[in-house]
Ligand binder design. Structure first.
Ligand code: SF4
Length: 88
């Protein structure tokens, strides 16, 4: 299974929330911008590590759902989301 990292650049995020409908792990954060909550998905019980700072959200996952994350990235009109595979 690929290990991959999902990054949301908060500077670029406009709070449009197109990402939420593509991948339910994306949620609205307290600041009105997108963040990632691995436990927010009602269907999958997925695990991941999330770091949420003022500049960006970085989440690492180890599952077969990279395509969903990529769809969220593609749907984002401001290209605020980057998905990339990382080495173990
Ligand atoms: S679609 Fe992009 S701009 Fe909109 S909330 Fe998600 S990350 Fe932010």
């Amino acid at each position: 299974m690929p290990r991959y990292e999902v990054t949301i650049e908060k500077d670029a995020c406009d709070g449009i929330f197109a990402c939420l409908t593509r991948d339910p792990r994306f949620v609205e954060g307290e600041d009105g911008l997108a963040t990632i909550d691995p436990g927010a998905d009602p269907v999958y019980d997925c695990e991941g590590e999330v770091t949420d700072t003022d500049e960006r959200v970085v989440a690492t996952f180890d599952d077969d759902r990279i395509e969903e994350a990529k769809q969220a990235a593609t749907a984002c009109p401001t290209d605020a989301i980057v998905v990339e595979e990382v080495d173990r």
